[in-house]
Design a protein around this ligand. Structure first.
Ligand code: PEP
Length: 253
C-alpha cells in the first residue's frame, strides 16, 4: 500500500484561537487516514493545537527550529522545547526561510541531525527557482541541495527524513507544476537518494510535492508513483480543503 503524508504549512497565519477552531473542525470530519495528516503551525500555537488534536490521530509540528539545544540565541526555539510540546514534525529549509532568513544548507544539515536525534521527523524542503528551471538546471540544483543537506548523515537515519520537492515558482503563485513535472523531480530525488545511500532506503522515503496543491489538482499529483503526499500552504488554511486533499490521498491507498 502506498504511504502518504498530507502536511499543511500554515506559515504566519492563524491565531491560537483560530488554530483550535480549525482543529475542532477537522476532527469532526473523522478522517479515515487521520494519521497521514499533519498541520505545521507557528510556535505560539503548538501547545494548544497539540491539546486540541489529541486523540484524533492528526499530527502536528513546527515550521522551523534552531540546531543548538540551548544558548544565547535571542528569538529562537530549540529542539528540546519542541520535544516538550510533543510535536511530530518540523519543516526544515523551506524556501521562504532560505530566501528571507538566511537559512543555508549547512544550517539545514545541522537541524536535520538535531531533530532526528530527538525523534522528531524533519520535512526537508528542496526546490529550484524559476530562473534555474528556465535554464534547465533544476536537477543539478536539487541534487546539490540534497548532497549538502544530508552531509555525514548515517544511512540508518536517512529514511527518517521526509523530503518535500517545492519548486519555488509554484509556491503561493497558483502556478502548479504539472503532475508529470512533479513526478519527474520526485523520481529524480528518489534516484539521487538511492545513489547516495541505497535504493532500499530511497524506496522507504516519503517524498512530497509542494506548490499550489489544492483539492482540484491533488488527485492527479498524488496518483503519481513517486509522490507520497503534499506540503500544502494556502489550501491548508481551510479544514474543508485540507480534508478534501486527505480524502484524495486516502482514495489512492
Ligand atoms: C508551502 O508553503 O510550502 C506551499 C507549497 O505553499 P502553497 O501551497 O500556498 O503554494
Amino acid at each position: 500500500m502506498k504511504k502518504f503524508l498530507i502536511a499543511g504549512n500554515w506559515k504566519m497565519h492563524k491565531t491560537t484561537a483560530e488554530a483550535v477552531s480549525f482543529a475542532e473542525e477537522i476532527k469532526a470530519k473523522n478522517l479515515e487516514n487521520a494519521e497521514d495528516v499533519a498541520v505545521l503551525a507557528p510556535f505560539t500555537q503548538l501547545s494548544e493545537l497539540g491539546k486540541a488534536l489529541a486523540g484524533s490521530g492528526i499530527k502536528f509540528g513546527a515550521q522551523n527550529v534552531h540546531f543548538e539545544p540551548s544558548g544565547a540565541f535571542t528569538g529562537e526555539i530549540s529542539v528540546p522545547m519542541l520535544e516538550e510540546i510533543g510535536v511530530d514534525y518540523c519543516i526544515v529549509g523551506h524556501s521562504e526561510r532560505r530566501e528571507y532568513f538566511g537559512e543555508t544548507d549547512k544550517t539545514v544539515n545541522l537541524k536535520l541531525k538535531a531533530l532526528i536525534a530527538a525523534g522528531i521527523t524533519p520535512i526537508l524542503c528542496v526546490g529550484e527557482s524559476l530562473e534555474v528551471r528556465e535554464a534547465q538546471g533544476e536537477q543539478t540544483f536539487v541534487a546539490s541541495q540534497l548532497i549538502a543537506d544530508f552531509e555525514a548523515m548515517p544511512i540508518s537515519d536517512v529514511a527518517k527524513v521526509v523530503i518535500a520537492y517545492e519548486p519555488i515558482w509554484a509556491i503561493g503563485t497558483g502556478k502548479t507544476a504539472t503532475p508529470d513535472q512533479a513526478e519527474e523531480m520526485c523520481a529524480f530525488i528518489r534516484g539521487v537518494m538511492g545513489g547516495m545511500y541505497s535504493n532500499e532506503v530511497a524506496d522507504q522515503m516519503l517524498i512530497l510535492y509542494g506548490g499550489s496543491m489544492k483539492p482540484s489538482n491533488a488527485a492527479d499529483l498524488l496518483s503519481k508513483p513517486d509522490i507520497n503526499g503534499g506540503l500544502i500552504g494556502g489550501a491548508s488554511l481551510k479544514a474543508d480543503d485540507l480534508a478534501a486533499i486527505a480524502d484524495a490521498a486516502n482514495a489512492l491507498k
